[in-house]
Design a protein around this ligand. Structure first.
Ligand SMILES: NC(=O)c1ccc[n+]([C@@H]2O[C@H](COP(=O)([O-])OP(=O)(O)OC[C@H]3O[C@@H](n4cnc5c(N)ncnc54)[C@H](O)[C@@H]3O)[C@@H](O)[C@H]2O)c1
Length: 323
């Protein structure tokens, strides 16, 4: 099979992360780049190659697979266009903004001829893969999860709710996907939110109940400074706590003798520690082997549904049941 020709739309921060990785994957090649700021695509082309295109249409003419790496609100339009052009699509998170658009994109993706993968990279991070394998062997009872962010200033659009869809669509959505991945489907949730630093809700406390009886608390702040770890999952099992810190470390404390094991991923390159390398390789494998990607359009849809359910719970003061 020929190399999979990759086209990148949006050559900002994450477009370049993926671009560097795909340029090193066997069986893939960077074929085309498009950014509404052409100098950005030109700069990227100088480092990883690829034809700088003047429009999306031109990019579609030169690739088999499209990476949607533009700001959140543009994902639906660009991903829909790529599916309509019969391309494989890797769509950065969030899948879409709002349940209605997410439903529309899900229908489009399911009718499409190619692979559709969503950029929930954390599923591939070694720390979270290890957590999942430990939880396959033991019964987890409950958990305490936090996903903080230091600021909503960089890039500037992350503080603009008209572009992001809201703070929860930024980093928090990654751990909404993660709790489904680790603990199963969610049955209901209650949530409280408040507004402090930014002109939108920016602090959240949530309780999730899962269909299998598992439950967890979840805290997320948008202005917490970069206090380490800003991302942590503590899982409580029978006389056992398993805790992740960022994607750097997993601590497994078993029994009542303060006996614990630490797994460190600090020496792994960031792009692998955060799962980007593995998710990109997984996208190429899914295309070449004609199989379902590890993060599907339905997973993308479910994470949007959770974001919207939390906003809805805060707005109405009600407990929200999921379907
Ligand atoms: N999975 C992750 O860990 C992760 C990390 C960072 C960002 N993201 C997501 O990736 C997306 C991009 O984020 P970023 O940090 O790279 O932003 P960025 O601002 O650094 O880059 C976005 C690029 O898209 C270009 N652009 C904007 N609208 C466009 C359009 N309609 N067509 C073509 N180009 C367009 C901009 O000029 C810019 O170069 C966001 O949705 C973000 O949520 C995911």
């Amino acid at each position: 099979m020929d190399n999979v020709k990759i086209g990148i739309i949006g050559t900002g921060y994450i477009g370049n992360v993926h671009g560097r990785i795909f340029s090193g994957i066997k069986g893939a090649e960077i074929a085309a780049l498009f950014d509404i700021v052409p100098e950005r695509a030109e700069r990227t082309s100088r480092t990883i190659g690829g034809k700088v295109c003047g429009s999306r249409e031109e990019l579609f003419d030169h690739c088999d697979a499209v990476l949607v790496c533009t700001p959140n609100k543009t994902h639906i339009e660009i991903a829909t266009d790529a599916v309509d052009h019969e391309k494989h699509v890797f769509c950065e998170k969030p899948f879409a903004i709002g349940t209605q658009d997410a439903k529309k994109l899900l229908e489009t993706a399911e009718k499409g001829t190619g692979v559709f993968q969503v950029g929930h990279n954390r599923r591939f991070a070694p720390a979270y893969a290890k957590l999942r394998s430990l939880l396959q062997e033991d019964e987890a009872h409950s958990a305490h999860v936090k996903m903080n962010r230091g600021e909503l200033k960089n890039p500037a659009w992350t503080g603009d709710v008209g572009v992001t869809g809201g703070f929860l669509y930024e980093t928090t959505i990654h751990l909404f996907d993660m709790i489904r991945y680790q603990f199963g489907e969610i049955d209901e949730l209650v949530a409280y939110g408040s507004q402090h630093e930014y002109p939108e809700l920016d602090e959240f406390s949530i309780i999730f109940k899962f269909k299998n009886g598992f439950h967890c608390t979840f805290a997320s702040s948008s202005d917490a400074s970069w206090h380490f770890p800003f991302e942590r999952i503590e899982v409580f099992c029978h006389h056992r706590t398993i805790m992740t810190q960022e994607m750097e470390q997993l601590i497994d404390s078993r029994g009542m003798d303060a006996d614990f094991e630490t797994h460190s991923y600090a020496m792994t390159e960031k792009e692998e520690r955060w799962g980007y390398v593995q998710e990109d390789q997984g996208f190429i494998d899914a295309i070449r082997e004609g199989k379902e990607p590890r993060v599907t359009a339905l997973d993308g849809f479910r994470s949007v549904e959770l974001v919207e359910s939390v906003y809805n719970a805060i707005k109405t003061g009600r407990r929200i049941r999921l379907g």
